[in-house]
Design a protein around this ligand. Sequence first.
Ligand code: MLT
Length: 409
Amino acid sequence: MATINDNYLKLKAGYLFPEIGRRVSTFAEANPDAPIIKLGIGDVTEPLPEACRNAMVKAIDDMGNRDSFKGYGPEQGYAWLREKIVAHDFQARGCEVDAGEIFISDGSKCDCGNILDIFGDDNTIAVTDPVYPVYVDTNVMAGHTGPCNDQGEYEGLTYLPINAGNHFTAQIPNQKVDLIYLCFPNNPTGAVATKNHLQDWVNYAKSHGSIILFDAAYEAYITDPDIPHSIYEIEGARDCAIEFRSFSKNAGFTGTRCALTVVPKTLTAQAADGSEVELWKLWNRRQSTKFNGVSYIVQRGAEAVYSEAGQAQIKGLISFYLENAKIIREKLTAAGLQVFGGVNAPYVWVQTPNGISSWDFFDQLLHKTHVVGTPGSGFGAAGEGYFRISAFNSRTNVEEAMQRITANL
Ligand code: MLT
């Protein structure tokens, strides 16, 4: 009989968001008239920017014409998109990134998992706690951990607690770790990192030969001008960091799928024979073998983000969701809850009232108010006692959800 990858059996019952979906479906089946408002998974709700839609329509027309038809595109993505990304997102912020170091993909979540293909199985791995569950689960699947304990912590991972005491930015570890996942603006806490904090991480990584896997999927939500948007704003980061970015949260591409990963050509790691190997070459080989690129139509849509109209429209979208976050923060604060995040990020991290557990608060809100959030403990043991509320929804739904929650506290 064929055998399975037994590492999958180590995974906790379900990926967090399907588990929430399961509980919500069960509730909805039993209460078909309940007006459920979903502020759980961070999925956008507002229409795609007009500039992107127009570009995609034009690209569909290109596909209908033999002269402009496109078959397989470059596995790294079209150069015209990579060049715009570099100019607007990196060089404009003083980051030294070349278009040849950008890889267009179908999602940051996919890339955060796939990147493990190019690293050895004996690396030590650090994640924050709480953390975006994809970093942990993909390492479990790859066999990089032991079993899970009762608190939901996997043996072999280094957990770096983040909490109000350290402003939700992890303390640099004393021991050596090889791979470090950092996410700023942070999912789930909505915290941001200062230049100094990121410089400390880069210095640590450089002195230990570690690689930082920097998830910047929410950078567009940074409102504070002193907060860096990219790890490459930090001196030395080209020698120790890979960055993941996405069009999902800035331009509403969660259903359209387009993202990018930056692998600097200066970045190396060690082979079994002790030689230093360029990670860019490995990732390029991996993508060329396992990936056929993002569709031409979608890449044209992403390119339109950088047009004048596109820039104005995504600014509008981001401000809209940030205003939702402000409403959530203000209403819950006024109701006596302690809230974090939501200023430079679309997530608000809330301390549950009266010490109630995260899942109990989830069930209480679902049953009493028909509002769905995300239990903090789903992001890790240190998330217990917290609850994440996403600002991705219509204004009406956000206002209604806040009214219902505050009336029921
Ligand atoms: C979340 O809710 O944490 C996000 O939707 C995750 C994601 O973008 O995959």
